[in-house]
Design a protein around this ligand. Structure first.
Ligand code: ADP
Ligand code: ASP
Ligand code: MG
Length: 467
């Protein structure tokens, strides 16, 4: 079971989450994964960045702010003096550590990926102890575990990839013995460590991925991701208030939605569980009586085709164009080699022969470095005008419609683009994978909200009855 930031956002939320765990632990062997209290990771990253700018302020103020926030929750949740004292000593130790880290960063005026990861991990290290102490207060046998001991990863410190075989071994060594003794482990989400013990993070929102990684390594019967919405909805409820719950979707559908921006799941969440076919549930920790969404191999295909719609703001389109682009072997290879050299994640690719260009969409944070790499790779071609221009447009968004049964259903693209056309939304680029369960398109950033609403309406996603 994983609890997200809002599900452990304050004392009341933690109490509610702990009750869910307490009930489950009476019936099953459970492993808990917790995120930082909501807002804490953002706060930590901002502090690290300010410290890197030379500010000394954060190293003093941040430990006090975090200590107060967590102690306040602790005092409200825990009456037992022994548990309380032990917990507060731990909270003190960890918040002091973050102060020292920020101080070091401010002296060096440099924020390395390792330091960035270490500072951003503090929230989970605090919340796991808080949750474990709360469960202990309720009478459950429990232990807080640092994921650095169990989630072995590569050394991409801010986007680390778990090494499954080693995670399995560590889980058997470090978690199973507790479980066999009836002790519930509470593991820090979001973080891992390289084989030699250097802390890494799995990327923002990565606690979902921590949960499925541990679930797969432990051969769990099921994984439950507790969050602040009823499950996976037909669209982001912040964009489409009439979005409706999907009772059952497939791994494919969920993965496409996550990849194309549905924040409810980290994009890599489903990777560890697909082969073992472990069902993943998304449920509301604020309304645990509701069933939530079940994610399985087959999902629940409707006749309808389109199941959900999602969008990603803050992306940039880079276009490599010129007459030398068409028919020349190796241009695409050179383009993507350059992109890969800066580790930019390409979200969408589209090539047009008539306009002589290749366009690719990357996260806006990667746009500058990608552009630089491309201009270097094509320096010669630019001089000879085989490539005329390499440009970037940062005022765009991607929208994607997803559904397993879109495959082989004619007319879906036509309906989508007609509806958008009627609403005056201009389409800049389109991509459909050959798998046919996703059509994605690029539009002006300002049109994103309207586009999502128009397509949701066109396919009447708010109406479809779900079994
Ligand atoms: P947690 O802190 O529990 O990990 P997140 O904030 O990361 O929660 O993800 C949950 C949020 O995802 C919801 O509050 C909702 O606003 C957003 N969201 C975006 N798209 C969807 C969708 N299709 N279905 C459900 N929630 C979505
Ligand atoms: N706390 C981390 C973040 O905010 C991980 C997570 O919440 O899943 O990115
Ligand atoms: Mg999340």
């Amino acid at each position: 079971m994983k609890f997200g930031g809002t599900s452990v956002g304050d004392a009341d939320c933690i109490r509610r989450a702990a009750e869910i765990v307490f009930k489950a632990a009476k019936e099953y062997s459970v492993v808990i994964v917790v995120s930082a209290m909501s807002g804490v990771t953002n706060r930590l990253i901002a502090a690290a960045q300010q410290s890197a700018g030379g500010s000394r302020e954060e190293s003093v103020s941040l430990p006090a702010v975090l200590l107060q926030q967590h102690t306040e929750a602790a005092l409200s949740l825990i009456n037992d003096e022994g548990i309380r004292e032990g917990l507060i000593a731990e909270l003190n130790r960890i918040t002091t550590e973050v102060g020292n880290l920020c101080h070091g960063i401010s002296l060096l005026r440099e924020l390395t990926p390792r330091a960035h990861a270490t500072v951003s991990s503090i929230g989970e290290r605090l919340s796991a102890r808080l949750m474990a102490a709360t469960l202990r207060e309720m009478g459950l046998k429990t232990v807080a575990v640092e994921a650095t001991e169990v989630i072995v990863t590569d050394d991409q410190y801010l986007q680390a990839e778990p090494v499954m075989q080693q995670v399995r071994e560590r889980c058997n060594e470090r978690l199973r013995p507790f479980m066999n003794d009836g002790i519930t482990p509470v593991v820090t989400g979001f973080i891992g460590a390289t084989p030699d013990g250097v802390l890494t993070t799995l990327g923002r929102g990565g606690s979902d991925y921590s949960a499925t990684t541990l679930g797969a390594a432990l051969d769990a019967d099921e994984i439950i991701i507790w969050t602040d919405v009823d499950g996976v909805l037909t669209a982001d409820p912040r964009l489409v208030p009439s979005a409706r719950l999907l009772r059952e979707i497939s791994y494919n559908e969920a993965a496409e939605l996550a990849y194309f921006g549905a924040k409810v799941l980290h994009p890599k969440t489903l990777r560890p569980v697909v082969d073992a076919q472990i069902p993943v549930w998304i449920r509301n920790s604020f309304a645990p009586e509701k069933v939530g969404t079940r994610i399985t191999t087959v999902g629940h295909p409707t006749e309808h085709g389109v199941r959900a719609i999602t969008s990603i703001p803050n992306v940039s389109m880079i276009t490599v164009g010129g007459r030398g682009i068409v028919g020349v072997v190796g241009v695409a290879a050179k383009t993507f080699q350059a992109v890969a050299s800066v580790r930019a994640n390409v979200l969408l690719i589209s090539q047009s022969s008539s306009e002589n260009d290749i366009c690719l969409i990357v996260d806006s944070a990667d746009a500058a470095s990608t552009l630089k790499a491309l201009r270097a790779a094509f320096a010669n071609d630019l001089v000879h005008h085989d490539v005329d221009h390499i440009t970037v447009n940062s005022h765009i968004a991607i929208v994607a419609i997803v559904g397993d049964k879109m495959r082989g259903a004619p007319g879906i693209a036509g309906r989508t683009f007609s509806a958008l056309g009627r609403s005056g939304v201009n389409i800049i680029a389109i991509a459909q994978g050959s798998s046919e369960f996703n059509i994605s398109f690029v539009i002006e950033a300002e049109a994103m909200r309207d586009a999502v609403a128009v397509v949701h309406e066109e396919f009447k996603l708010h109406e479809v009855g779900q079994a």
